[in-house]
Design a protein around this ligand. Structure first.
Ligand code: ZN
Length: 503
């Protein structure tokens, strides 16, 4: 598969001349907030007698518990039957206890944007990369699935592999690229319980076809006929602008192009224009859209204005875009689409995290080795875009966001738990510390420092974007469905039964 991918990519890349409440919430934000507040303050919890005879399966004591959307509370957590059963300041007892003194305790991290099975079979990566995920505190991931045929034909096999091999729960997002897939949108919702989809306004040459505005509007029409709330994820770049710029740079620089020149093949203008156009269509049609991997300063600025009166637009960036820019290194390991841009773009994205333009943060993980990436090639045009990043996702955000830029930890956590859970219809089962929510929990030590090296990471890849960098703030315990799956810097060998989340 990797070989086909590579050949197609090279073939196409080397010559290309040529009332406004979001209706995806089952309950209102206010109701959820109240319910969480009730949950924390209820008699079951704070009035539970200290001689509580109830024995939990697992108790997390003395932690600083981050309740997304509410704040931080110093509490104990009781877990029973894989669910959060109590959040209380009373002493509680369990068959097993984790002491979280001086640590933050938060919902398991949701990475809303990963790809699995592109450079090696899905059945390999759904195991290796989801182990890497739990080592990084990630317990649920949104995974994009493309298919040459109907998803009704291809998805059942993926489902059985997820059930058998995955260490985390998966939110599937189906790529809609053909007339058949467009016609079947309603069937995907009704028969598969999948309500999030993906469109590429600009594809990846040789790998993913892009679609035109007409196709996008047809998809929006179909979505409007579906009664369940749906989300359309969109790769937002103007394809004509990218093609023209790529062609110009190839003509001018050919094999001498550097990673900085690569940035210019996908000019800011391509993203800026596409977010405007998409937002306009979304509002006009009344369809919720989710802009994946926002990368440019100009697009952050445009979206700030757009979001002021357009409730249909939701925005994601990635931890790599928040931590790496084209001045960080000249290595072709950072070749990516859209490309890493300048330091001012990176800081504008952080400003978007602070001011609410950015709703969620993912990784856009595409696992590959240096050989599969062809990173040693002299010619940049022959290097594949992409990188592995799930395991370093949380620590990078803690280091860059909380330690360096002094953003409150609860604000970052909200964007990687509650917000993606709400947008993809799995809140409060996921992304919540509410009693009754799944006991997917990540414990964070903000004082822990560790140097990143690919050798210590669990991905099947052999490189990391952060190789040799000391990061401050790490997940130290991961709990999946009430089971401790990562502790003391190792996978415990426990595995929770995981699945894809039907919506
Ligand atoms: Zn992606």
């Amino acid at each position: 598969m990797a070989k086909d991918f590579y050949e197609n990519y090279i073939k196409n890349r080397t010559r290309t001349k040529s009332e406004e409440k979001p209706d995806y919430l089952a309950v209102s934000k206010e109701e959820i907030a109240q319910s969480i507040a009730d949950s924390i303050m209820s008699k079951i919890n704070y009035n539970t007698p200290s001689t509580d005879p109830v024995l939990y399966d697992l108790v997390i004591t003395d932690g600083m518990v981050i309740v997304p959307g509410i704040g931080v509370t110093h509490s104990n957590i009781g877990i029973r039957n894989g669910k959060i059963a109590s959040i209380t300041n009373m002493k509680i007892h369990g068959s097993n206890t984790v002491n979280a003194k001086n640590m933050y305790v938060c919902p398991g991290i949701i990475d809303p944007h990963i790809h699995l099975g592109l450079f090696s079979p899905f059945e390999v990566e759904v195991e290796t990369e989801t182990k890497a995920a739990i080592a990084g505190g990630v317990t649920t991931a949104g995974c994009f699935f493309g298919s040459q045929v109907s998803h009704l034909e291809s998805f059942p096999e993926l489902e059985s592999k997820i059930q058998k091999l995955s260490h985390i729960d998966i939110i599937p997002h189906l790529v809609i690229g053909s007339q058949t897939q467009k016609r079947e949108l309603k069937a995907y919702v009704e028969q598969l319980g999948i309500t999030s989809f993906k469109l590429y306004m600009n594809g990846i040459p040789g790998i993913i076809e892009d679609i035109g505005d007409g196709f996008m509007l047809d998809v929006f029409d179909e979505i409007k006929k579906i009664s369940k709330p749906c989300m359309v994820c969109v790769h937002t770049e103007n394809r004509e602008v990218v093609r023209r710029a790529t062609s110009n740079i190839q003509d001018a620089l050919s094999e001498s192009a550097t990673i900085k020149d690569w940035t210019e093949t996908h000019p800011d203008m391509a993203e800026e224009e596409a977010v405007n156009r998409l937002s306009y269509f979304a509002k006009k049609m009344g369809v919720h859209v989710y802009i994946v991997h926002l990368s440019s300063k100009g697009a952050v600025k445009n979206l700030k204005a757009i979001k002021a009166d357009n409730p249909y637009v939701h925005v994601e960036t990635t931890s790599p875009y928040l931590s790496i820019n084209h001045s960080t290194t000249s290595s072709s390991l950072i070749k990516m689409e859209p490309p890493f841009r300048g330091t001012d773009d990176m800081e504008a994205l952080w400003e978007g995290v602070r001011n609410g333009v950015i709703d969620t943060i993912g990784t856009d993980n595409v696992t590959m080795t240096t050989t599969e990436k062809n990173a040693q090639a002299d010619n940049l045009w022959h290097v594949m875009p992409g990188y592995p990043a799930i395991e370093t996702h949380l620590t990078v955000l803690l280091h860059e966001g909380v330690h360096i830029r002094k953003i409150p930890i609860e604000k970052i956590i909200e964007k990687i738990t509650k917000n993606p859970a709400e947008m993809f219809g799995v809140y409060p089962q996921k992304g919540s510390m509410l009693t009754g929510s799944d006991a997917d929990i990540t414990i964070i030590d903000m004082d822990k420092s560790k140097k990143v090296t690919a050798k210590d990471l669990h991905s099947r890849s052999d490189f990391s974007l952060y190789e040799g960098k000391v990061l401050h703030g790490w997940p130290v315990v991961t709990i999946k469905s009430g089971k401790i799956v990562y502790q003391d810097e190792r996978l415990t060998g426990e595995k929770a039964q995981c699945n894809y989340l039907k919506r």
